[in-house]
Design a protein around this ligand. Structure first.
Ligand SMILES: NC(=O)c1ccc[n+]([C@@H]2O[C@H](COP(=O)([O-])OP(=O)(O)OC[C@H]3O[C@@H](n4cnc5c(N)ncnc54)[C@H](OP(=O)(O)O)[C@@H]3O)[C@@H](O)[C@H]2O)c1
Length: 338
């Protein structure tokens, strides 16, 4: 008999209203995977890109998955079962993960559910010092900030450029983080501070107090001041907003500096970057239990804090997507599943 669970599924692409809370078969973990009883699910932009059918991509790149599908990648929960070949994890362990990303980016990693199967290589023990809600907010945003700023951690091909992305030394450097109040941004501010950088945080005004609390040395409200008009001679810009306009930050950098657009689509300023002696580099985040385990002590002792924008019950995932669609997210939106 098939065991069932509650999950949020899509039967077609569309707006937040296509997210349906309903019964679905409980996953059966493959060899090398564990079954996790999900306590909380962190939301990320790929969740709404997929819900919408990746409409911004050319039609030939858009996903054609088998419906119904379960979206979501970031979870924190408790191991319910382990399979052959899994080492280092036991039933009852509290764990967190970004599940099969980017492998399952076009069909969903099935995290919006009471149970999810997770490759052991994507998992790490949840830091005891934080609860499941905060742990679920960490994986994709933290791994993104980590892989851009601290260590890439893999040799897989880079879908955005021919070369391997290489983080740069941060100690004693000036780092501008654009989109600093968002999921990736608020964690990047803290990682750069931890590594000894002087941080300029660029975000909307409501984030100022938070940014100073998280270690930023200077705050620029992008709704009143264009950061690229007033900042010069920085060593690194991490632009979590990115897009075609990311090139405006080239003029804020020293010769020898670097621009890292986290969302690189549309950037065409490679010639100008070369003339200015600035490196432009990006990458695509990848699941890594090993890196989550490396970062876990920072979450555990509060060196890096996951800030919560809002929480919603799993059953109200469509409300959580409505919140995301209004933008100006401060930290993370998280669903609770217990
Ligand atoms: N390369 C990768 O593998 C990778 C991985 C993760 C994410 N991403 C991409 O990175 C982007 C950010 O992801 P996220 O999870 O951090 O999103 P998020 O949580 O929605 O954060 C985006 C932040 O940008 C701020 N913002 C919007 N317009 C701005 C502007 N003009 N200037 C400065 N800040 C602005 C928003 O708040 P305020 O307007 O209130 O400041 C918000 O806090 C997304 O496009 C995502 O797809 C890429």
């Amino acid at each position: 008999m098939v065991e069932m669970m509650k999950a949020v599924r899509l039967h077609a692409f569309g707006g937040p209203e296509v997210l349906r809370y309903e019964d679905a078969p409980r996953p059966v973990p493959a060899p090398g995977e564990v079954l996790v009883r999900v306590h909380a699910i962190g939301l990320n932009p790929p969740d709404w890109y997929l819900r919408d059918g990746y409409r911004s991509l050319p039609p030939e790149w858009q996903p054609r998955p088998t419906f119904p599908l379960i979206p979501g990648s970031d979870v924190s929960g408790v191991i319910e079962a382990v399979t052959d070949g899994v080492e280092g994890f036991r039933v009852g362990d509290e764990v967190f993960a970004m599940v099969r990303f980017p492998r399952d980016v076009m069909e969903g990693s099935k995290a919006y559910a009471e149970y999810v199967s997770v490759p052991a290589s994507d998992l790490a023990l949840k830091p005891a010092g934080i609860d499941h809600i905060h742990a679920a907010g960490a994986p994709m945003s933290l791994l993104t900030a980590w892989q851009f700023l601290i260590e890439l951690g893999h040799d897989e091909p880079n879908p955005f450029q021919a070369s391997r992305h290489a983080p740069v030394p941060l100690a004693g450097k000036t780092v501008l983080v654009n989109g600093a109040g968002g999921g990736v941004g608020h964690l990047a501010v803290q990682l750069a501070t931890w590594r000894g950088a002087r941080v300029i945080a660029v975000a909307s005004g409501k984030n100022e107090e938070l940014m100073r609390d998280l270690g930023a040395d200077r705050f620029i409200d992008h709704t009143g001041t264009a950061a690229h008009e007033v900042v010069r001679d920085v060593d690194l810009v991490l632009d979590t907003v990115g897009g075609a306009d990311t090139g405006r930050f080239l003029r804020t950098l020293k010769r020898g500096g670097a621009l890292f657009p986290v969302y690189p689509m549309g950037f065409a300023g490679y010639g100008e970057a070369e003339r200015l002696g600035v490196t432009v580099s990006t990458t695509q985040v990848r699941s890594s239990g090993a890196q989550l385990a490396q970062a876990a002590p920072l979450l555990d002792d509060g060196t890096v804090r996951v800030v919560l924008d809002s929480t919603f019950p799993l059953a109200d995932a469509s409300d959580a997507h409505e919140r995301a669609a209004r933008g100006s997210i401060q930290g993370k939106i998280v669903l609770t599943a217990v």
